[in-house]
Design a protein around this ligand. Structure first.
Ligand SMILES: CC(C)(COP(=O)(O)OP(=O)(O)OC[C@H]1O[C@@H](n2cnc3c(N)ncnc32)[C@H](O)[C@@H]1OP(=O)(O)O)[C@@H](O)C(=O)NCCC(=O)NCCS
Length: 227
């Protein structure tokens, strides 16, 4: 079952002004009952007071304009700093009392027993089979295949067309690049970076970055390759 949502129909403020924010706004507008009220971004990145025809306000003072008892947040940012930037904004929003929207495409394939957290986006043609659990603040991009009994922990990012074998585990804050293949029963350790097209046949080490077939560990850390 999808976890209960505290405020399913509050209007949404989207964090960001980059393409991930545009994509999320487009999807919510065309494929959800949720209304997008505004955008927010760190004050240092403000370029005017509107964005895509909606108000743009500084995240630092969001409560003054869009208080947490009337609005919810959605943070669709990518995997910069091995998902650390999205994690920091999510945790800040939580501390300040915001609830978070989630978006599950009407064209994603999921099952009634799915357990999924908040601030999760699951895009079209992703397949999440029975007995899976997706944590908070995760992004599952189009066409990803998450086989039965898989777990994706908080703050992770699974890119388009990833194929994840059964009983796999993507650890907290890990990034799995586009088209990667994860053999069944594997654990991707916290903050691992898996490069595009990588074929992973062994468990990974925390903070490692891997590319190739079979996957080899790079000298650079996951933080270094994703910053
Ligand atoms: C791993 C990655 C971060 C490296 O990027 P980079 O730091 O710019 O590195 P470079 O492109 O300079 O490549 C360095 C070397 O690694 C190799 N390499 C890079 N990415 C690779 C990959 N995914 N698989 C195999 N080899 C790879 C390059 O061929 C190059 O080899 P060389 O030194 O022998 O010429 C990047 O290629 C990648 O895979 N990013 C993930 C992108 C993705 O999945 N995005 C999804 C967005 S939704």
């Amino acid at each position: 079952m999808i976890a209960m949502h505290p405020a399913p129909h509050r209007p949404v403020v989207i964090f960001g002004t980059l393409r991930s924010a545009s994509l999320a706004r487009y999807c919510l507008t065309h494929d959800s009952p949720l209304q997008v009220a505004a955008f927010t971004v760190d004050a240092a990145f403000m370029a005017g007071n509107t964005h895509e025809g909606l108000p743009l306000v500084a995240f630092e003072t969001l409560e003054q304009h869009y208080p947490p008892d009337s609005f919810q947040l959605l943070i669709p940012m990518g995997y910069q700093q091995i998902n650390g930037v999205r994690r920091a904004r999510y945790e800040d929003g939580k501390r300040r009392g915001y609830s978070f929207a989630r978006y599950i495409s009407s064209r994603a394939s999921t099952w009634p027993d799915l357990v999924v957290g908040d601030n999760v986006l699951i895009y079209e043609h992703a397949i999440v089979q029975p007995f899976c659990r997706i944590g908070n603040n995760c992004i599952i991009r189009s066409g990803a295949h998450i086989s039965h009994h898989c777990t994706v922990d908080d703050h992770a990012f699974v890119a388009a067309e990833v194929a994840m074998g059964g009983e796999g585990h993507v650890g907290e804050q890990a990034f799995v690049g586009v088209g990667a293949v994860l053999r069944d029963n594997l654990t991707i350790a916290p903050r691992t970076f898996i490069g595009a097209g990588t074929v992973v046949v062994r468990n990974t080490e925390a903070d490692g970055a891997y590319v190739g077939n079979p996957a080899r560990k790079l000298a650079r850390t996951s933080l270094e390759v994703s910053s």
